[in-house]
Design a binder for this molecule. Structure first.
Ligand code: SF4
Length: 240
């Protein structure tokens, strides 16, 4: 990743793409544009966007470009659903460029959703400007993370969920994962109506095999289940 120029409002941009369909979670099926930022504080073994953070496998100087907010804004249409994702986008939330980006997208009539791994509490700017946070804490199935970083859910999220501004979306590989999600939600006081489980997998074959197990367990535990519609349609093809 290159250093940011000092006087410009920039963000580490991985990619902007759309129009496409939000494939998973509470907004599955909605027409959307994705704005993906670089950098992550975790290192999940099955990460499907490792090109945003994994310098051992990708040339991050090519993958991530510090981009002026104005340029990012001008690559997105007005009045669309914009999903800010990563990597971990909340790593940027204390920068002036973050507020600038979110305010200008809202001014252009966009709905803003944000996808996060849940390790960082949203600050006042993020809470004021993001309509819905989709929080995806990682279970043991994600493996260990760099520098022994803990993947646990920040306790500050529960209040956001109870205000109806955050939903939980967790990748599961088995019925016991789904049980673990329910236990986590109950432990932290996250309303079950705002909890979604989905099968892990980046191919139609893997998803197809896991979906019946995950949806059955979700029904048993009173949780929502979401498929991964973009994988069903396009497999792992980047840009969808
Ligand atoms: S938190 Fe998300 S972006 Fe970061 S390593 Fe895990 S799956 Fe990948």
């Amino acid at each position: 990743m290159t250093d940011s120029p000092p006087d410009l409002l920039t963000l580490p941009l991985s990619e902007v793409f759309g129009p496409t369909i939000q494939g998973e979670g509470p907004a599955a099926g909605r027409s959307a544009w994705f704005l993906r930022l670089g950098g992550c504080n975790l290192a999940c073994s099955w990460c499907d966007t490792a090109y945003t953070w994994d310098a051992s496998r990708y040339d991050l100087r090519r993958e991530i470009r510090h981009t002026e907010v104005q340029e990012i804004i001008s690559s997105l249409p007005m009045e669309v659903l914009v999903i800010v994702t990563g990597g971990e986008p909340l790593l940027q939330q204390d920068q002036a460029s973050w507020r600038e980006l979110l305010e200008r997208l809202r001014d252009r009539g966009c709905d803003l959703h944000l996808e996060t791994n849940g390790t960082i509490e949203p600050n006042a700017v993020s809470r004021a400007l993001v309509e819905l946070f989709v929080v995806s804490p990682k279970l043991a199935n994600a493996g260990s993370h760099r520098g022994h970083q803990q993947a646990g859910l920040h306790p500050g999220w529960t209040a956001v969920a109870q205000d109806g501004q955050a939903e939980l979306k967790v990748v599961c590989t088995s019925a016991s994962d789904v049980a673990e999600v329910r236990q986590l939600a109950d432990q932290v006081g996250w309303p079950r109506r705002g909890v979604w489980v989905m099968p892990e997998g980046t191919t139609q074959e893997v998803l197809g095999a896991r979906w019946p197990v995950i949806v059955d367990a979700a029904a048993t535990h009173g949780l929502n289940a979401t498929h991964r519609l973009h994988v069903l349609a396009w497999n792992e093809k980047r840009g969808h």
